[in-house]
Ligand binder design. Structure first.
Ligand code: SF4
Ligand code: SF4
Length: 386
């Protein structure tokens, strides 16, 4: 393969959206050049012809998407809710789960996977509710593989872990440790989550953690990451708190302060230096916080960086099979998602084509409008106009 235009390393877990591997942004130019050369020889799980004559390939080792085409909006990842059931009280949960909620039947999940594969999707990220409660979870992983898809899972770690051995990646929710976990998630579960990570490190293909950042968990982040890595996590995914579902009520008090948002990038850099063997990634909604530090948009694009790509690179299916642009915004997808926000502070922003106006879920909650500049973006705040 020649003329590689984009490499997207890693597989995104669930409960947010597309995960961007931050570490690659710090690579020196010779390492980047070596990656382009190595990509020519990577073995291929799946190929997708692109409309411009190019091709996108899904790679297993290392997990990656490699493309000779620029981003064209075709979906490559889907979030699929397989159950509404979860009895845990987590206040940051973006859905309203039910303790005895219904599971999506295996045959229905498999049909949805087949439909997604036919549309060119490479990866499905499965969640709920608590997906471990689904009695056919292992068979769900097998159905994804039969469809030619890779499959990831996000879990609290509360439940039967054996089926997770059939997944390509499993992430455990670990917002903090000790009392911080209880405060963030509403129950004293840090030790149980860490025990799940230890077991998954022995049995799963790859294990990571999801950390939702709020005012408290951000301050405890180094301690949380240290505990997760000691337990065996090799992938740390930082998520912006979204004002959706149960998280609406306390959003104003829990969201990152403007100072903390600006501190995300320097803290990431220090964590990458401290834990060199770990992949650090951030979700789509975090792009405005990194753009504020002047990271090269060209370099971000080369590494397949995705800000708000709800409705094109990313689609979500709820338990009823209804499709939306992302897990945090229900309702039909229209062309405005691909266009993103084009006015206000975003109009002449160098990161607009990647960022697309920040998180529309946050914007809708704070302003009542979906397609307006993210009110928490540092550039929007600095310019004083949304
Ligand atoms: S100004 Fe708009 S496009 Fe630029 S970083 Fe902020 S939200 Fe994203
Ligand atoms: S609205 Fe966009 S940025 Fe926000 S979570 Fe959804 S896809 Fe990500």
């Amino acid at each position: 393969m020649s003329a590689i235009r984009r490499i997207r390393l890693g597989r995104a877990p669930n409960c947010s959206s597309l995960g961007n591997v931050v570490n690659v942004l710090l690579w020196a130019q010779p390492a980047v050049a070596a990656l382009w050369v190595a990509a020519e020889a990577w073995s291929v799980r799946r190929r997708r012809p692109e409309p411009d004559g190019g091709e996108t390939r899904a790679i297993d080792e290392p997990p990656a998407l490699v493309s000779t085409s620029p981003d064209n909006g075709a979906p490559h990842e889907a979030h699929v809710q397989v159950t509404r059931a979860c009895a845990l009280p987590c206040p940051s949960c973006h859905i309203e789960p039910e303790a005895h909620g219904a599971h999506v039947p295996l045959a229905e999940v498999a049909a949805r996977f087949d439909g997604l594969a036919a549309r060119g999707v490479f990866h499905v990220a499965v969640g709920g509710g608590e997906a471990l409660s689904h009695p056919e979870l292992g068979a769900i992983a097998d159905a994804a593989h039969r469809a030619g898809l890779s499959i990831g899972l996000t879990t609290s770690g509360v439940g039967e872990l054996a089926p997770t051995a059939r997944f390509d990646q499993v992430n455990v929710s670990l917002d903090a440790v000790g009392e911080g976990f209880r405060k963030a998630r509403g129950y004293a579960g840090a030790e149980r989550a860490l025990a799940a990570i230890r077991r998954l490190a022995r049995t799963a293909a790859r294990v990571g953690v999801n950390i939702v950042l709020d005012r408290d968990t951000f301050e405890a982040l180094p301690e949380t990451v240290a505990a997760a890595v000691a337990a065996g996590a090799v992938d740390v995914h930082l998520l912006r708190l979204k004002p959706v579902g149960r998280a609406v009520g306390e959003y104003a008090e829990r969201r990152l302060t403007a100072e903390q948002a600006m501190a995300v990038w320097p803290r990431l850099v220090s964590l990458i230096e401290r834990f060199p063997g770990v992949d650090f990634r951030v979700d789509c909604a975090m792009t405005p916080f990194l753009a504020a530090h002047g990271l090269s948009p060209q370099r971000m694009a080369a590494f397949g960086w995705t800000g708000c790509h709800g409705g094109d690179a990313l689609v979500a299916l709820d338990p009823a099979g209804a499709e939306s642009a992302c897990s945090f915004v229900s309702g039909p997808v229209d062309a405005s998602w691909r266009e993103g926000v084009t006015h206000g502070a975003c109009a002449d922003c160098a990161w607009r084509s990647l960022c697309r106006g920040g998180c529309h879920a946050v914007a809708r909650h704070l302003t009542g409008s979906l397609m307006v500049p993210d009110p928490e973006c540092p550039r929007v705040l600095a310019l004083g106009a949304a």
